[in-house]
Unconditional design. Sequence first.
Length: 351
Amino acid sequence: MAWLDPLMRLFSVDLGIDLGTANTLVAVRGRGVVIAEPSVVAVKKGTKQVLMDGAAVGDQAKLMLGKNPGTVDVVRPMKDGVIADLEITEAMLKYFITRAVGRRRFYQFPPRVVIAVPSGINQVERGAVINSARQAGAREVYLISQPMASAIGAGLPVGEPVGSMIVDIGGGTTEVAVISLAGIVASESVRVAGDEIDQSIIRFFKDRQGVIIGENTAEQVKCQLGSALPPEGDGRMVIKGRAQATGMPVSLEITAQAVHEAISVPVRSIITSIKMVLERTQPELAADLIDHGIVMAGGTSQLRGLAELVSRETGLPVRLVDDPMTSVARGCAVLLENFEDLQQILEAGVA
């Protein structure tokens, strides 16, 4: 059936997927990013059966976090940048892919898919991603490392003989890499990012104030009061949770200074990973970084004061890309537009 291959390539849709711990983004060749939703799925309690034929995936499922009834489990199938639940990840991928392609075309002409994965995952974890995409209906599956995809999405000259440094901070992992001549020269992938910052906030107020808060509340606190640098002014907000001692609902006023203290450990881990990569970078490439600096991407890179802290700690200029959350997905889209020219960047033989 080799005669079908050109037909498939002509009529199928090419997709780039940023399969993230916190969010999944899907880009379509020629159209850009078309889906950006939380990597969250609601299933029937004790089963792998997705509710309402996939309607409770993404945004709708995230609204249920911490509020779901006893008959429903709300699952985040990705953890620390890798698949934690294979079957539910397959269901989530199939739902997003079908939405991006269209149900009729999905079944007639299965898509070719490029998926961005953390640079530090092992072969078993890579195999799980490939298998999930295949089971979700992909015709061909290729992998690209997240920092490389993010650098392409940020418009860095990855194919030139010059050092470019990307720091992509997502929900599950922080990806740091120095890239030159379409290859990663030095890199570090640490499983400390937005989710760990949220968990640090939860632990802090549980230990210090005896108040238990949920993940969505912790994320709101991070976005509203979180700062990598000591906060200026007297920012405050009221949060609602449950008293650890009595189990009763309570309200608590918290300060920006307390939140800064709560997130200091994961922030320091991110800074350490950046310094480790700089220490392993060849002198000639390190010299390029003095001029070109560090580029930051990923949703968590928007944490208040983080770019300034990175600049202070490294002595290098730092800039945040436009729309940092979509940088990886946009990089996949660029790669699909120039597939023949950039195919050497992909993992070979992963179809």
